[in-house]
Design a protein. Structure first.
Ligand code: ATR
Length: 270
């Protein structure tokens, strides 16, 4: 039996053990997957200890994605761009390989729901770590234009500088929102405090989608705002499941199906 885990702080509400146990059953992979609390200033030691007791890989969540990035011996290209690691893998001769599956998780979830990206106008709200992690996989899908806006305009401008070589990327403060969008992705943590980013009323094209990278038992304030304005709604639960599936694939070279665990998780929220 190979050992995996998710590191975070806090970690007790993590859905990852449930998801990976379901994947393991479905694909008949002999693994265990636990939730591990690491001290805020002791992530590297927690990882080394886990490897020493036979750990083969781990997921990494808040607040350790930067610490995980820093300790890797080898990084994927997308992890370098994202400056974050959510998936650790023990490679040959004990070296640590790091990747990030968050962005692929978002794009796969959009694909699962048949949300088109290619040639579409896409707005991403927010410019923190969560958004940095999804820009490359989104741009690879070749939207006609991707606009990234943020309360702190400088951070959006920095993302534009860092990713503009990958596609048609623009952005700045909230005043950089112009015209209508086919897909609007909320990547801010504003909904945690019940806040709504200041967005114009006529934001959505016909057949547009609103996506919140957060999720909960109730729709987020952003989705509650977007629904009456004509958008079809998706929250971040599918992204969570798809990033997990991608990590599982990196570890086991088997791709699990996500439909069953999606509905299982949705039920567990109520
Ligand atoms: P994460 O890793 O989740 O992205 P982060 O790096 O702290 O966390 O980024 C949080 C994001 O949510 C930022 O884009 C932040 O805007 P600022 O860069 O201006 O701080 C955004 N955010 C948080 N609270 C917000 C609020 N009440 N209104 C608008 N944006 C908010």
């Amino acid at each position: 039996t190979d050992r995996y885990c998710v590191f975070g702080n806090p970690i007790n509400h993590s859905k990852s053990p449930l998801i990976h146990e379901e994947f393991a059953q479905q694909t008949q992979q002999p693994i265990t997957y636990t939730a591990e609390l690491a001290p805020v200033d002791g992530f590297a030691q927690a990882w080394q200890h886990f490897v020493a007791i036979g750990g083969r890989g781990a997921n990494v969540t808040v607040p350790f994605k930067g610490d995980a990035f820093a300790l890797c011996d080898t990084l994927s290209h997308r992890a370098k761009r994202a400056q974050a690691v959510n998936t650790l893998i023990v490679g040959g001769n004990g070296r640590t390989y790091g990747d990030t599956t968050d962005g692929v998780g978002l794009v796969r979830d959009l694909g699962y729901h048949r949300v088109p990206i290619k040639d579409k106008r896409v707005l991403v709200v927010g410019a923190g770590g969560a958004v940095r992690g999804v820009l490359e996989p989104l741009l690879v899908e070749q939207p006609r234009e991707l606009v990234v806006v943020n309360r702190t305009a400088d951070k959006a401008a920095q993302l534009v500088r860092d990713f503009a070589d990958l596609g048609n990327l623009k952005g700045g403060g909230f005043d950089a929102v112009e015209g209508q969008f086919d897909l609007v992705i909320n990547g801010t943590s504003a909904s945690l405090s019940g806040d709504l980013p200041p967005l114009p009323d006529k934001l959505f094209t016909q057949h547009a989608w609103a996506y919140d990278m957060m999720y909960g038992a109730e729709p987020t304030v952003f989705l509650q705002w977007a629904g009456p304005r004509g958008a079809k709604l998706l929250d971040g639960l599918g992204m969570l499941v798809e990033q997990a599936a991608e990590s599982f694939f990196l570890w086991r070279n088997v791709r699990p199906e996500t439909a069953a665990v999606r509905s299982q998780l949705r039920q567990s929220l109520n």
